[in-house]
Unconditional design. Structure first.
Length: 462
């Protein structure tokens, strides 16, 4: 624990939804929900306007539509969010060399190491300057928490939402935490919270008074001791500049259960290629290939195979997951597939026979709580992308182009816009730009209109 609140936690406000509202003037001040739009999609982020109706992250999209039927429902644009995140992380890097990103929109910063603050006044000034810089650079708002530890700084940023700053003076942690629910502590999820409730502990002060021995008896040595320290306000975890990646994975949830074995095999190979793409982008290779299958009854099976050496060869990964798939019974239907690579390394073992080595490992268990998966089908797919199956004579058959709600397009006459919706061979586009002061005009086109093409996101500022 530090004597000064020089650990900063930044959390961007409703990041995905706020970015969409900034890019689309017609959506500002209105409920916006970003996530998978299929029957099994889930909410990734909801704007504050949508949250007033009870919509929240990880909620099934069907439930969100019932709560807020008039909200704008958009497919995520992860490459767009990533570009904004890079701008924010650059601003954090100017404060200190010790920046610990937790996600695209969240990070810890060690202000003391950066030399920008060594007391409460300096920390507050740095936090306010950061918020102003983020707004000027991205047009978005972020909430800042300042404290003497990571745990308390994160709690402070949550209290600061939306668009605020909260500083918690070191030495006041127990007073702050005492009356709060045990769920406020890291590592206390629904199951642990219920376990503690049955033992008569509902607040953080209950945990502190119970003592370490009682918590160890209830939760085990590591978890119980750690939880008792946190209940007393103790958290000595340092800000870590870089986290070593442990795995790379991708998964898709399907709107309708897959039963066709050939289709399942095609989807698995497609996921393998996407996974290898991410693996190469991160500069890694891996030894363990993992296949995840969630069946019609929500039971989830995982199969893995360890290669002789690390690889980033898509053919090797495809062959490995193909072999793993052979050991899985999919006759009842499959609702989710995933492919991952573990045991990462920064080099590749050039062994053409590596895929034949290693024994397959198998774990099987039911995961009903994971039914509302937060994975999104093909989140970075271009809205105007088209594929095609081969027709007679090997010539590709034309396939109707698919336009995803919220994605960017450009028209030869009307310029840049975004997809409001599509169906029955038509696509509706609103033509507006981030700098527009009023909602843009709406036009409807045939989905195969040659003047309409997928576009690139426009900058939110400038």
């Amino acid at each position: 624990m530090r004597a000064a609140p020089t650990i900063l936690h930044l959390d961007m406000d409703a990041f995905f939804a706020a970015a969409e509202q900034a890019a689309k003037p017609s959506l500002r001040g209105k409920p916006v929900v970003v996530g998978g739009l299929g029957p099994r999609g889930v909410v990734a982020t909801a704007s504050y306007e949508a949250r007033r109706f009870g919509v929240h992250s990880a909620m099934p999209m069907g439930q969100a539509r019932r709560l807020a039927p008039n909200a704008a429902y958009l497919v995520p644009r992860f490459s767009f969010y990533r570009s904004i995140s890079e701008q924010v992380m650059e601003l954090l890097g100017r404060l200190s060399p010790l920046v610990e990103p937790l996600s695209l929109d969240e990070a810890f910063v060690d202000l003391e190491v950066g030399g920008v603050a060594d007391d409460s006044a300096g920390a507050r000034a740095a936090g306010e300057r950061l918020r102003a810089d983020i707004l000027a650079t991205t047009g978005l708002t972020g909430s800042v928490g300042l404290a003497g530890s990571k745990m308390i700084a994160k709690i402070a940023s949550e209290e600061a939402k939306p668009n605020g700053l909260v500083l918690i003076e070191p030495g006041t942690e127990r007073e702050l935490l005492g009356p709060r629910s045990v769920r406020i502590l890291p590592g206390v999820g629904p199951a642990t919270g219920e376990h503690l409730r049955r033992a008569g502990m509902t607040t953080v002060s209950d945990l502190a008074e119970a003592g370490e021995d009682e918590l160890v008896r209830l939760l085990g040595r590591a978890h119980g001791a750690s939880l008792h320290r946190m209940a007393l306000g103790h958290d000595d975890r340092p800000v870590v500049a870089e986290r070593d990646a442990k795995s790379v994975s991708v998964e898709d949830t399907f709107d309708v259960d897959l039963h066709d074995r050939v289709r399942i095999r095609v989807e698995v190979e497609r996921l393998a290629d996407r996974c290898v793409g991410r693996l190469r982008a991160s500069g890694h290779s891996g030894r363990m290939i993992v296949l995840k299958v969630r069946r019609y009854d929500f039971s989830t099976l995982t199969r893995s195979e360890t290669l002789r050496g690390p690889t980033d060869d898509p053919a090797v990964v495809r062959e490995a997951v193909g072999r793993l798939l052979e050991a899985v019974d999919t006759t009842g239907g499959v609702r989710l597939l995933g492919v991952g690579v573990r045991g990462l390394a920064d080099y590749t073992q050039e062994d053409l026979f590596a895929q034949a080595a290693g024994a397959a490992e198998e774990t099987e268990g039911e995961s009903p709580a994971e039914g509302a998966s937060t994975s999104l089908s093909a989140p970075d797919a271009a809205p105007g992308g088209a594929g095609g199956a081969e027709g007679p004579g090997g010539a590709p058959e034309p396939v109707e182009r698919h336009w995803s709600p919220g994605h960017d397009v450009r028209h030869a006459v009307y310029g840049p816009g975004w997809v409001q919706g599509s169906g029955v061979g038509r696509v509706t586009v609103r033509f507006e730009e981030p700098g527009s002061t009023a909602p843009g005009r709406v036009r409807t086109f045939a989905v195969d209109d040659p003047d309409l093409v997928a576009g690139e996101p426009l900058p939110l500022v400038g």
